[in-house]
Design a protein around this ligand. Structure first.
Ligand code: NDP
Length: 444
């Protein structure tokens, strides 16, 4: 059996009931085969893949908090510090009832390669809790965030581990967590990113992931002799990534006709009204079902359906495994030419393969959505030098990072004879830097 297959088998055996983690390991290791085969003897001797697939540290803790009626609840908190070969652990905190150790491990593992691809010195980590922020009052959110941070603060720091937002963790939650960290540790330091602008956050961090998806998609199309301008786009999700992907797409002359949340989806033939969407989701924190009150021409549908809409480009920006083989077939039938993952692993492996074998340009999340963490790293730089850069400075750096990232993964795919396969390109390019650093630092 090959070394890669041995390691995949051992991960499945030693981490039972963690299907998302298995899926991420399989996807990455499968595409690393050419590199691993070229160095198999050394990697086996150094147990390199075993060290890569096992987190350096995983922390699981109890989070008790009191609701507005005086009832105590107990949630579980996680932080997986996966790999610090190239920098302090970096990765978001997800607050969603579906969170479990396997989900955090899949996200943390992906984060290693994504962070490496940004070209910035950040290692991979991820955390979160099965706490559900939906329907909670501000006081309850604060109670949870403070208790979560009371434990997490023992393991993080500006030079060790710097968490950020993710699903369910936006500016409000980061603010409460930062306040508690400062109180307990007595340190005003860049321990979290995605902070508010009044307390050392970075301009353009809120927009960065969504904007980055569009910058890299535009560059990819340009390199294939096509223009992004004028394209019709289908977006899923209505959170941070989706909102700013839609905003940038409109700025670049595209028309985004869909968005969704976990209860339903919108079709707006005139193009999603970004101001209405921000008001619904960022200000009022309402469901998408109210969108037609703002735009009478738009349709709201319960359930899932975004991928049945005719579009040139699809941007899945909600959650993992939301775009299945059936969806991919429908999109191809409707003439989609490019797919870029705003979310982490939103496309199933079968759907990804279907796109690739039908000539659709496919950008995996670890490349397409890396603009968020890249800008988080820029926030860390600003915090270290105690300066704030202008929006245009940060945005220009973000754009440059995304363009370089595209060329980096494109070259890596070419080098291993898989030109145009950006899944392989991203995994190999991300892996090479991490492995160089691991080898240089010895068996630790
Ligand atoms: P948000 O919480 O802001 O938004 C998530 C959106 O996806 C919401 O519209 C939500 O609907 C929907 N959603 C969440 N879970 C499900 C589900 N199980 N089924 C259907 N819809 C769902 O999160 P973000 O926009 O920050 O994150 C979206 C994705 O992008 C995630 O995969 C995240 O890991 C990834 N990502 C985020 C980055 C960032 O900077 N924020 C950076 C890189 C990746 P509802 O409100 O109804 O739950």
């Amino acid at each position: 059996m090959s070394y890669v297959d041995e390691v995949i088998e051992s991960v499945i055996r030693e981490n039972p009931n963690e299907p998302e983690f298995h899926q991420a390991i399989r996807e990455v290791l499968d595409s690393l085969r050419p590199v691993v085969e070229a160095n198999e003897q050394q990697y086996r001797r150094d147990a390199l893949l075993e060290r890569l697939v096992n987190p350096e540290r995983q922390i699981k803790f109890r989070v008790p908090w009191i609701d507005d009626c005086g009832q105590v609840h107990v949630n579980t908190g996680y932080r997986v510090q996966f790999n610090s070969a190239i920098g302090p652990y970096k990765g978001g905190l997800r607050l969603h009832p579906s969170v479990n150790l396997g989900i955090i491990k899949f996200l943390g593992f992906e984060q290693i390669f994504k962070n490496s691809l940004t070209g910035l010195p950040i290692g991979g980590g991820k955390g979160g809790s099965d706490f559900d922020p939906k329907g909670k009052s501000d006081r309850e959110i604060m109670a949870f965030c403070q208790n979560f941070m009371s434990e997490l603060c023992k393991y993080i720091g500006a030079d060790t581990d710097v968490p950020a937002g993710d699903i369910g963790t936006g500016a409000r939650e980061i603010g409460y967590m930062f306040g508690q960290y400062k109180k307990l540790r007595g340190l005003f330091e860049g321990v979290l990113t995605g902070k508010g602008l009044s307390y050392s956050g970075s301009l353009a961090r809120t927009e960065a992931t969504g904007y980055g998806v569009l910058y890299i998609t535009e560059e990819m199309l340009k390199c294939h002799g096509e223009k992004l301008e004028g394209k019709t786009i289908a977006v899923s999700g209505a959170g941070n990534v989706a909102i700013y992907a839609i905003e940038k797409a409109h700025q670049l002359g595209c028309r985004v006709v869909t968005c969704s949340d976990s209860t339903g989806w919108i079709y707006d033939p005139d193009g999603i009204d970004i101001d209405a969407l921000k008001e619904i989701k960022e200000v009022k924190r309402e469901r998408l079902s109210v969108y037609p009150d703002y735009r009478p021409n738009a349709e709201y549908h319960e359930g899932k359906g975004v991928w049945n809409v005719k579009c040139d480009v699809a941007l899945p920006c909600a959650t993992q495994n939301e775009l299945t083989l059936e969806d991919a077939k429908q999109l191809v039938k409707n003439g989609v030419t490019a797919v870029a993952e705003g979310a982490n692993m939103p496309t199933t492996m079968e759907a990804t393969e279907y796109f690739q074998s039908n000539g659709v340009y496919f950008l995996p999340g670890k490349a397409a959505n890396a603009g968020g963490v890249a800008t988080s790293a820029l926030e860390m730089s600003q915090n270290s030098e105690r300066l704030s850069w202008s929006f245009d400075d940060v945005d220009a750096k973000l754009k440059e990072i995304m363009i370089n990232l595209y060329h980096n993964i494109d070259r890596a795919a070419e080098k291993y004879g898989c030109g145009g396969n950006y899944v392989i390109g991203a995994n190999i390019a991300g892996f090479e830097k991490v492995v160089n650093a691991m080898n240089a630092q010895g068996i630790v």
